[in-house]
Design a protein around this ligand. Structure first.
Ligand SMILES: [Zn+2]
Length: 874
């Protein structure tokens, strides 16, 4: 599964009271296979079915426990291998599980459990079996990771049980149905209904079972290894899968080449779900599901965001077909095995299939995201025990995905890509179609090297990022002393002592030095004859550590021009982190930011802009003008040169820069000219788009549409608000609606900002489309943040019932755009009392509060340095 950039999925189920029962069912009963028959009509809110589970009882028992949530089980029967069937009854055990009780103990050994049940098909959640309406038609789809299957039917819902599944779906005659496997046959099932029986799957855990029912279009792409690649879209939109169909086959081919074996499952379909709000895609074998906004675009109207998003996500999900699906984690504590690997491999494949994107630098964005999460006092370990749903709920975060990815990248660089690949292939062969643990994976990589195993474990079994201080000594032969500690941002309490075994790779003028740092401090010899003028502390930027080097050495390093893009990105991020920890003054770091802003390489400009945008939270209202000037000095000429219109001669980098730079310069850079031009363009576009509710890319480029409309909205008046809102209500196109609602959130006028908040109460709009857009924007604008908080507090009772079951857990994050202790306290007061109603609710709230506290401390400590710098820049 893959989360968005900011919101990672928490797909667990509400638990108002922690269950007294253990999360795991134990192994007194073992499922061997399932026959599942479901009757699903997407236009109806309920489904029914029967399941026959072949089980083995390890000892006689009159009571079995299995997972079932919000299901009505009407009949319970057990058929032993010998003798007659026995009837039982159901009793609820806890929110997630039931007991099946029998008058006499069931015999030890094998038998079949037969259950009949009914359940509900949610139209708010994207978990379990749910349904969505698109273009007037209903579609029913599943999302079973992590524990959604128990909402659809009773089962033993744990990832370690890998068994064959035989599924059949009884659906209305005119509907189509897809699942992990191809259909074996289709038969009539009474007036107006048909039953589709699917072939039995290879061994699979329950979280990977998937199906979809609805009037889908099927777009067929090129075959890979004899398997056609098919794409399911809502009715009438098959052509919108054209881009996905054109780029998926090479992704599959690259994955096959890396693993040295064909795609393990019988087919590979990709299906677009109209609206997913909390994650982007799911790797179900044979039926990968994607958020529609990520997969679908009219031919010729694919934005760069869609292209990059689809390819990198598809590469992640396709990597899962091996890592996760063919070999599965034994329990959720090794979720990182699935996700770190898929993210690492996905980026590797993306770089191969799209060399023109220079995707190698994405590793630095992963490192940055990982370290940002890892600096928090409450940061999890990559490999974290999962004993309850709160712990499972927190597992889908930047630590599991991005830190795991960065650690894999570091060890690949240390081992060399060939040894890494050999280890991965060995692991696949050893555990084919079975389950495995993190230790087994590390053992396969280390191949008997105990030192390497220990080093790897030191990064995944403890939280935090090592800070590595490098001190040069030149009395005699040049030497470098390396001293490690846990990186601690200002405002964070002291953390317990930590020790990593760090693969350090550094470069001086005489060459590269590799050293595995095992203790707190070690001094190593450098290959240089004379005292080195510069030091590159992290070759390739692959090291998962914050490098702290004497500033003159870095100045000379930059002058030497020997660093590549990834090294400079890591260096910049480390320097900014050292300002946050108080090791450096912001006034020392900002010249580096400005230097990279002037670099011709697009990735460095992007990172410099990101760094300057990040200062926004530290800036007081009185400093706004000076801050805008700092942005203008670095990016103003570029933004005005790029402008809002795509030019035929623009290369890929210029197009990307335009999408990245012009919007922030209109907004934070307060560029009047760009805002006025955005307003003119918006008006011209609205004049044609309002007539038919369509996108009209010939008037406004789809890749710039969102930024143009948002920039126009900042100073926009009520008439612009009304026009954008009218079109948002009228258009059938989700991508368009997303841009329009995003713009409605940007009005700065207090009356219009209040109207934007009222959209959250408007039943004619989907709250999943309005709430994240409006709250995330307003909580970042100093004049509106308090009003946004007050609004949520006042309308809490009206908002929560309309949201997806777990969505309120994200409210603190959506409202946490500020940078003060006061906002931390307000959020605590607002969300604290009800946080425990949501899985991971307390952890998500704690994270946001910590972020605000750290930001406040950073602002307090570096405010004066920033003030001075801004005055100088003014
Ligand atoms: Zn994933």
């Amino acid at each position: 599964m893959l989360g968005g950039c900011l919101a990672f999925l928490l797909s667990t189920i509400a638990a108002a009271v922690p269950s007294a029962l253990p999360m795991r069912l134990g192994d007194a009963v073992r499922p061997l296979s399932y026959r599942l028959d479901l009757r699903v009509d997407p236009s109806q809110p309920r489904h029914s079915g029967k399941v026959e589970i072949a089980i083995e009882l390890m000892h006689p028992s009159s009571e079995l426990r299995l997972h079932a949530k919000d299901l009505r089980i009407s009949s319970v029967e057990f058929q032993p291998e010998r003798g007659s069937a026995r009837h039982g009854r159901m009793a609820r055990a806890d929110e997630d599980s039931v007991y099946l009780r029998f008058a006499r103990p069931l015999p030890e050994g094998r038998g079949h459990l037969r259950l009949r049940f009914t359940g509900s098909i949610s139209d708010k959640d994207v978990l379990g079996l749910f349904r969505q309406r698109e273009g007037g038609e209903w579609y029913a789809v599943t999302q079973f990771e992590d524990v959604g299957a128990r909402l659809a039917f009773p089962l033993f819902d744990e990832p370690g049980w890998k068994v064959p599944w035989t599924l059949s779906l009884t659906v209305p005659q005119r509907q189509q149905a897809f699942a992990n496997m191809p259909p074996a046959r289709e038969v009539a099932a009474g007036k107006g209904w048909k039953r589709i029986e699917f072939k039995t799957t290879p061994p699979m855990p329950s979280y990977l079972l998937a199906f979809a029912v609805g009037p889908f279009d099927v777009h067929t792409g090129d075959a890979v290894g004899g398997q056609p690649q098919r794409f399911m879209t809502p009715r009438g939109r098959g052509a919108e899968a054209t881009y996905a169909a054109s780029v998926t086959p090479p992704i599959v081919e690259r994955a096959q080449t890396y693993f040295g074996m064909p795609h393990p499952f019988e087919k590979l379909d990709s299906l677009a779900i109209p609206l997913i709000d909390q994650f982007s895609a799911m790797e179900n074998p044979g039926l990968i599901t994607y958020a529609g906004r990520l997969m679908l675009a009219r031919p010729g109207q694919e934005t760069r965001t869609l292209q990059r998003g689809y390819v990198s996500t598809a590469a992640h999900e396709i990597a899962h077909q091996w890592f996760g699906n063919y070999v599965t984690m034994a329990w959720w504590d090794d979720l990182w095995l699935n996700e770190s690997f898929a993210s690492w491999m996905g980026d590797k494949i993306t770089a191969q299939v799209m060399p023109q994107w220079r995707w190698e630098t994405s590793a630095q964005w992963a490192r940055k995201a990982a370290m940002k999460g890892d600096r928090l006092p409450s940061a999890r370990r990559v490999r974290q025990p999962v004993r309850n749903k709160e712990e499972l709920g927190t597992a889908f975060d930047e630590i599991t995905y991005s830190k795991g990815q960065s650690v894999l990248a570091m060890f690949e660089s240390w081992l060399g890509p060939e040894r890494m690949q050999a280890g991965v292939r060995h692991y696949m062969a050893q555990h084919a179609w079975a389950s495995a643990t993190g230790d087994q994976f590390i053992a396969a990589l280390a191949n008997g090297d105990a030192e390497l195993s220990a080093a790897f474990a030191s990064f995944i079994d403890q939280p935090g990022t090592p800070q590595l201080r490098m001190t040069l000594q030149c009395d005699g032969a040049p030497r470098l002393t390396l001293t490690q500690s846990r990186y601690r941002p200002l405002g964070a309490p002291d953390a317990p002592p930590a020790l990593w075994q760090i693969p350090v790779v550094l470069r001086t003028p005489a060459g590269t030095t590799r050293h595995l740092l095992r203790t707190l401090s070690e001094t190593i010899a450098l290959p240089d004859h004379d005292c080195p003028a510069w030091l590159q502390p992290n070759v390739g930027g692959d090291g998962y550590y914050r490098a702290q080097v004497d500033f003159p050495l870095l100045v000379q390093l930059l002058r030497s021009g020997t660093s590549n893009v990834n090294e400079l990105l890591a260096l910049l991020d480390d320097q900014l982190a050292l300002a946050q920890s108080g090791d450096l003054s912001l006034a020392t770091v900002l010249p580096l930011v400005e230097r990279l802003a002037a670099d011709p390489r697009r990735e460095l400009r992007e990172a410099a802009l990101d760094a300057l945008e990040g200062l926004q939270r530290l800036v007081s209202p009185a400093q706004h003008a000076a801050y805008a000037q700092l942005l203008q000095r670095n990016f103003g000429p570029m933004a005005r040169d790029l402008g809002w219109r795509v030019k035929a001669q623009d290369d890929e980098d210029r197009r990307l820069l335009r999408e990245m730079v012009v919007g922030p310069m209109a907004d934070l850079g307060q560029d009047r000219g760009l805002r006025e031009e955005a307003l003119r363009l918006s008006r011209a576009w609205l004049a044609v788009a309002a007539a038919d509710g369509r996108a009209h890319p010939e008037v406004l480029d789809p890749g710039l549409r969102g930024a143009v409309l948002r920039s126009a909205a900042i100073d926009g008046n009520a008439s612009l608000f009304d026009d954008l809102l009218a079109l948002a209500r009228a258009t059938p196109e989700r991508a368009l609606r997303e841009d329009l609602i995003g713009a409605l959130a940007y009005f700065a006028d207090p009356t219009l900002a209040a109207r934007a908040r009222d959209l959250l109460l408007d039943r004619s709009l989907d709250i999943r489309e309005t709430l994240p857009a409006v709250l995330s924007r307003q909580s970042r604008v100093p004049g509106l943040a308090d009003a946004a908080l007050a609004f949520v507090e006042r309308h809490d009772a009206a908002l929560r019932p309309r949201m997806a079951r777990q969505a309120p857990a994200y409210l603190p994050g959506q409202l946490g755009g500020g940078c003060s202790l006061e906002s931390a306290r307000t959020l605590q007061r607002l969300s604290g009392p009800r946080a425990a109603e949501y899985d991971a609710g307390p952890s998500l709230l704690a994270k946001t509060v910590e972020r605000l506290e750290l930001c406040a401390a950073y602002r307090e400590a570096q405010g004066a340095a920033l003030q001075q710098y801004l005055q100088r820049a003014h």
